[in-house]
Design a protein around this ligand. Structure first.
Ligand code: PMP
Length: 401
């Protein structure tokens, strides 16, 4: 009989020449357990998904309760489903007033697709402006607004009428004009290696969009739900977008995405044509039940508020000659090393040191630290001890010519 390892390589569509290949039997809190009892500290959270940790008891209970009531009933937007309406109302309650109408989908990319379509439909314009080094997903429209050529060049033609401008370049905002349907941006760029906006940049962006009647879309797929120290990154910057895109931690470990706007903007999907956006599974009741439970935990356990101290602890403990900079906000950190070969060594050898680490898509000389927000101070210290010994090994074993 073939092993799972062999079956994985044979029957699962591969997109990487070097997949992580860890076989996990169980996950709990910040720990992942391998099939032979190996224990890993998860410093990635399935890429900013498991903010409340793996299998938080409240999330597991909500899933079990919902499974006992119903699974899929009907395509999105027809029947009144208790987990959907309760979660939408909860989100509307914590978001700025103009972000009160939630359209649930299945993933971040799909939420981006919906947001772009909504902006085109509402403004009657087609042009989309996006930023260098942005990441918004892997479907065709999301790829069309990806600010890096590496992953998209071979998939042309993409969406027409898209214009790329530089993040943090105030002058480039003049490109936004009366032809622009929308501008899509991550308020903090994740895959670029955690790039923060310069002071006043997002405010100026918002002002320019308002002047030109272009909609501003913020993609908080990676920065949402406490990750950067506030519930959403927009809470810190005080700039309210016309459309907000959420996914990843939105589902508490289950697949869920959303694009969110005012009722007025969202209503443009109702007519000419009716059913302006359709999804079969979007807002699946089990995912909404899990997401709501997870959000309640984030609020009650003050996980966003706890990020600043935890972030500072990582920065204090991670003192190593290979580290040239630690960038980021809250528990979305980029640890920059002297050379990308050290990064490659650290990530590939992390499991041997009981850690799960990962790359950024567009920043090869840094690795990512984005653990579940429930990580304790002791777990951070333990993770940092393991990381420092991993970096010692990297220093010994990597030959930089
Ligand atoms: N936007 C951002 C900012 C993301 O980080 C991601 C995923 N890394 C996406 C969109 C796409 O989400 P998904 O993989 O769920 O389609």
């Amino acid at each position: 009989m073939l092993s799972n390892r062999q079956l994985f390589l044979l029957h699962l569509g591969q997109t990487s020449t070097a997949p992580m290949m860890l076989e996990i039997e169980k996950a709990e809190g910040v720990f992942l357990y391998g099939t032979s009892g190996e224990k890993y500290i998860d410093l990635i959270s399935g890429v900013s998904v498991s903010n409340t940790g793996h299998r938080h008891p409240r999330v597991v209970e909500a899933v079990k309760n919902q499974v006992d009531s119903y699974l899929h009933l009907m395509v999105y937007g027809e029947m009144i489903q208790n987990p959907q309406v309760r979660y939408a109302a909860k989100l509307a309650g914590i978001l700025p007033e103009d972000l009160s109408c939630i359209y649930f989908v299945n993933s971040g990319s799909e939420a981006v697709e919906g947001a772009l379509k909504l902006a085109k439909r509402y403004t009657g314009r087609s042009r989309i402006v996006y930023f260098t080094n942005s990441y918004h997903g892997s479907t065709h429209a999301a790829l069309s607004v990806q600010g890096n050529e590496t992953y998209r060049n071979e998939f042309r033609p993409l969406l027409p009428d898209t214009i790329r401008i530089d993040f943090n370049d105030f002058k480039s905002l003049d490109t936004i004009d009366e032809h622009t349907a929308c501008v899509i941006a991550e308020p903090i760029q994740g895959e670029a290696g955690v790039i923060l906006p310069e002071k006043g940049f997002l405010e100026t962006l918002k002002k320019r969009c308002t002047e030109q009647r272009a909609l501003l879309i913020f993609d908080e797929v990676q920065t949402g739900f406490g990750r950067t120290g506030t519930m959403f990154a927009i809470d810190r910057f005080n700039v309210v977008p016309d459309i907000l895109v959420l996914a990843k931690a939105l589902g508490g470990g289950m697949p869920l995405g959303a694009f969110i706007s005012s009722g007025k903007i969202m209503s443009s999907l109702i007519n000419n044509p009716q059913l302006g956006h359709i999804t079969t599974f979007g807002g699946h009741p089990v995912c909404c039940a899990a997401g709501l439970a997870s959000l309640e935990v984030i609020i009650e356990e003050k996980l966003a508020e706890s990020c600043a101290g935890k972030s500072a602890l990582f920065r204090k403990e991670l003192d190593h000659p290979l580290i040239t900079e630690i960038r980021g906000e809250g528990l979305l950190l980029a640890v920059q090393l002297k050379n990308r070969e050290y990064v490659q060594y650290a990530i590939t050898h992390a499991p041997g040191h009981g850690l799960v680490l990962d790359y950024f898509l567009f920043c090869s000389d840094a690795f990512r630290i984005a653990p579940p927000l429930v990580i304790s101070n002791n777990e951070i210290k333990q993770a940092c001890r393991q990381l420092l010994s991993l970096l010692d090994d990297a220093q010994k074993n990597v030959n930089i010519r």
